[in-house]
Ligand binder design. Sequence first.
Ligand code: HPA
Length: 278
Amino acid sequence: MRYSYDYAYFKAAADWLKERIDQEPEIALILGSSLGPLSQQIKDQLSFDYADIPNFLISTVRSHAGKLIFGTLAGKRVVCMSGRFHSYEGYDFEQLVIPIRVLKLLGVKAVILTNAAGGVNTDYNVGDIMIIKDHIKLNGGSPLRGPNVEEFGPRFFDVTNMYTPELRELAKECGKDSGLTLREGVYMFMPGPQFETPAEIRAIRILGGDTVGMSTVTEALTAAHCGMKVLGFSVVTNMAAGVLDRPLTSEEVTVAAHAVAENFSAYIEKLIGKMSLQ
Ligand code: HPA
């Protein structure tokens, strides 16, 4: 099945939401499993089940319904996607543009993306946070393939600085007394759902990847295409396959993510407070 959507398709979803919210969000948060608690800090919440939003992507595989949560955080108007979509769940890359384009039509100017990731760079440790400087995506299609929707952006577009340099600088600045070990590096997208083989991890290291994971890049590309600012973070939840002499488990990912969640959430909240989006 090949999907392609026109402008009216995204607009119908955005118009439905606009009728129900009282202020335009300026910053969107799409949180990996590690940052769930941050969504609870959002004040004056108004939330919608994905399933109720016309033309939105529906969680078909996940057991819990996803929600779009509007409100304020650190004095900023935010919208948070509680539950994101991954290609390993069976979505086509073309479908993965939907949430971001709807957020764009709601007025969102910047998106903060977080993920749990494997540490490929052997200088990194579990619990480190990596500001994404750039990514490598050699697997799977682009979310932007198919007929271009000109209202969002041009067919061919530059991604040299798609992880917005000013926001990365701000992220470094805010990290100073956060108690977090902040890194800056390259995130490599792998399609999953299996973790990588040790040989794949060696190849990723040679290619220049510092962390590896199964999300974020499709959202970042869609956001960059329509002119949003993008800030991305990996939480290193495990050393990638073959770095340590033992198999990986999804439990260690969850445990490591929970261990940093509180500090990381406080850090992101502070960062949001300092973001200015002219
Ligand atoms: N590989 C891919 N995705 C991941 C990993 C990993 O090692 N850890 C958390 N998400």
